[in-house]
Write a protein that binds this ligand. Sequence first.
Ligand SMILES: [Cu+2]
Length: 180
Amino acid sequence: MPAPLAAALLPLALLTPAASPVSVVEAAFDPPTAFVPPAAVSYANDLVPYGSHARIVTDRSVPGRTALTLTATGLAPDHEFPVHLHTGGCGADPASSGPHYQDRIDPVQPSTDPAYANERNELRLVLRTDGRGAGSATTTVAWQPRPGEARSLVLHAGSPAGGHAAADRVGCVKLDELDG
Ligand SMILES: [Cu+2]
């Protein structure tokens, strides 16, 4: 490369922070019983078929803001999944993803107070799939998660379907990238 360009790029390289403000997680949903703990867990093969795919882009490049986009393929068609940022990881037990991540933590748990349990204080999306099971949803919140406290994005059943209650956790994607 020409010397002037290299010289121009050097200061940028020195300024590059250790953690990128934009992180991308790509994962295929596997059963929780997989031998290697999967990066994305399906608890309901009918709504989140094994092998279906999620891509999560988390953009924290604007100070004090987080924009999160979830894109998925291979899910149940024509379905609406409520999706939330949760505090726990994705274990064999759907409950392992713990409560919703809150910017201001409700002192009373489980949190039902609308002053805390709302879409400004929590990160929530609604993922609507098309006839082929693909969909995308995005949202922006006016805060950034505390490092290590938002470990998963959880898909809920949304409406009673195939023996699942609306609140059932049907899928979970690990967000290790947000840990630091
Ligand atoms: Cu949730």
